[in-house]
Design a protein around this ligand. Structure first.
Ligand SMILES: [Zn+2]
Length: 528
């Protein structure tokens, strides 16, 4: 990633940083050199930067896995995907036996869009238990389905007037709950405080293992909710000399006033160290495309579903953007549908007119439906995009057939258009929505192959070099860490992904199969 020295056989490390890069003698002018050939069989490239992930994944692994795809846990164990509702129910029934009496039963990773037949509802989950709450989180994190006991626990009935409490034809709640206003009461009541729990030491350590497995040395926690206590735990755990990843939390603006967020970010950032970087916030505007809760422009969803849900009303988006811009706080802003992306660009433009800040580097996160005109505006405003390339493989077939239709699916996560418009580009997994694995993410952006094997939107493919840049320097730029990580260059942190093959030499279709052997973080080796 350093054009001055794109390839080298040796790298010299001192005090956790890169001292020199080149041949066997590259560091001789710096004094006595100790040679270590233990990685001579491997390929070192810059440690990957995951610009959109969530530490809450570690807590999810305490729940039952109900996902469609096979999945590897932080310790390397394989969990089989469940490809029909009957298997999901049967697994949950078995899970009941392993749980203490009265504890709510919680599963995660489910997505009805992959299944045929009746949509998961309260009647299915009542078969699992009639006397304790059952909650099935959908993989997007934006929807869930619960049983009758859980509905009763939060008082949702046919009289409830809350957006996102979905209904059957007879007016009774179906059990499906969409977006935060409808879901948060259930999460609070069931103790599913995954975002706060995930900052306890054991979970922070588990997150480190997920990152090492993926070759990642810098990763985000992009909707961090912290108490004073969990913030101290996160600060202390990541400070351990052998902690393998630099964590960049973006604090949630939900449930707190913009003024409170501003104060919290300021006091947290004062405690930053080399493996923990507070300073940014996360705004969540709309929902998920595959959950039909994203806000999309005309002609909407192909099935005629209603147009999504705002987690923040547009007026609130404008107000928060202006306040954060005035305070000099970088924003990572979730926008899935193109209507949401457009509203956010309008808000950022208005904020920039009032409080000019050329180096803000605000980032539209996902921004999956942006086309050339919106990318052009992002470039003009200095706004970065972090596109959800993994969607092409995971959901591409469904987007073409069921959500936004063939034309708009073919230009989704348009990496080519973004780069051509001059936008700073990163690509991401949104783990745990899809598994963390930047080489897989790069593979998606390069090949745009879906689960069914078709190429979706060939014109939006990018080169292997461009994709590797996006998962290193591109993502580092969006985190304001491009001067510190993202390339193997004298002066930068000694952060490497240790690979079993050269990703620039393999067939582009084999990019996702390049083995990750471990990472080096600040000169410290973390082998799997
Ligand atoms: Zn996310």
């Amino acid at each position: 990633m350093d054009p001055n020295r794109p390839e080298a056989s040796h790298v010299a490390v001192r005090e956790g940083r890169i001292l020199a890069v080149g041949g066997a003698d590259c560091a001789d002018q710096w004094g006595e050199v100790v040679h270590d050939d233990s990685l001579a069989h491997a390929v070192l490239i810059p440690g990957f930067v995951e610009g959109h992930s969530h530490m809450a994944e570690t807590v999810f692994w305490d729940y039952a896995y109900a996902g469609f795809h096979d999945r590897i846990d932080p310790d390397g164990r394989l969990w089989r995907g469940k490809t029909d509702i009957e298997t999901v129910i049967a697994d949950l029934c078995a899970h009941v036996e392993t749980q203490p009496d009265d504890a709510p039963l919680i599963a995660w990773g489910f997505d009805p869009i992959f299944l045929t037949g009746e949509r998961l509802n309260r009647d299915h989950l009542d078969q699992v238990s009639g006397d304790r709450p059952v909650v099935v989180l959908f993989s997007s994190g934006h929807l869930m389905c619960v049983n009758s006991k859980a509905l009763e626990a939060v008082g949702y009935d046919r009289e409830s007037n809350i957006e996102g409490v979905m209904r059957c034809a007879d007016g009774e709640p179906s059990g499906e709950l969409q977006e935060m206003a409808a879901m948060f009461p259930v999460m609070r009541r069931m103790g599913m405080d995954t975002r706060t729990l995930s900052h306890a030491p054991d979970y922070v350590d588990a997150f480190g293992r997920i990152c090492v497995r993926a070759g990642v040395t810098t990763a985000t926690d992009l909707f961090a909710m912290l108490t004073d206590e969990t913030a101290q735990s996160l600060i202390a755990t990541t400070a351990a000399p052998d902690y393998p990843v630099r964590v960049v939390p973006a604090v949630s603006t939900i449930h707190t006033s913009a003024e409170e967020v501003q104060a919290q970010v300021g006091s947290l950032a004062a405690q930053n160290h080399d493996k923990l970087r507070f300073g940014a916030v996360k705004l969540m505007t709309d929902g998920s495309i595959q959950g039909y809760s994203a806000r999309v422009k005309w002609p909407g969803y192909v099935g005629g579903q209603s147009n999504g849900i705002w987690n923040m009303a547009p007026e609130e988006i404008f107000r928060t953007c202006e306040m954060m811009q005035e305070a000099g706080i970088q924003m990572h802003i979730h926008t899935n549908g193109d209507e949401a992306s457009e509203v956010v660009l309008d808000a950022l433009e208005a904020a920039a007119r009032k409080h000019p800040w050329p180096g803000a580097r605000h980032v539209l996160q996902h921004a999956q439906m942006m086309g050339p005109a919106l990318f052009a505006r992002a470039a003009e405003l200095g706004v970065c995009v972090n596109l959800f390339a993994n969607h092409i493989w995971y959901f591409g077939d469904q987007h073409a057939a069921l959500t936004i239709g063939e034309d708009r699916a073919a230009r989704m996560d348009g990496c080519r258009s973004a780069l051509d418009a001059g936008v700073h580009l990163a690509i991401h997994s949104d783990a745990p929505v899809t598994p963390m694995g930047p080489l897989f993410t790069a593979w998606c952006a390069v090949n745009r192959v879906t689960t069914s094997g078709r190429v979706l939107g060939a014109a939006q493919r990018i080169s292997v070099d461009e994709a590797l840049f996006a998962i290193t320097m591109g993502a580092a730029y969006t985190l304001r860490m491009d001067g510190e990580v993202g390339s193997i260059e004298a002066g930068k942190r000694a952060d490497f992904a240790v690979l079993g093959d050269d990703p620039t030499a393999v067939d582009p279709m084999a990019l996702r199969d390049v083995p990750v052997l471990g990472t080096v973080t600040g000169g410290h080796l973390n082998l799997l």
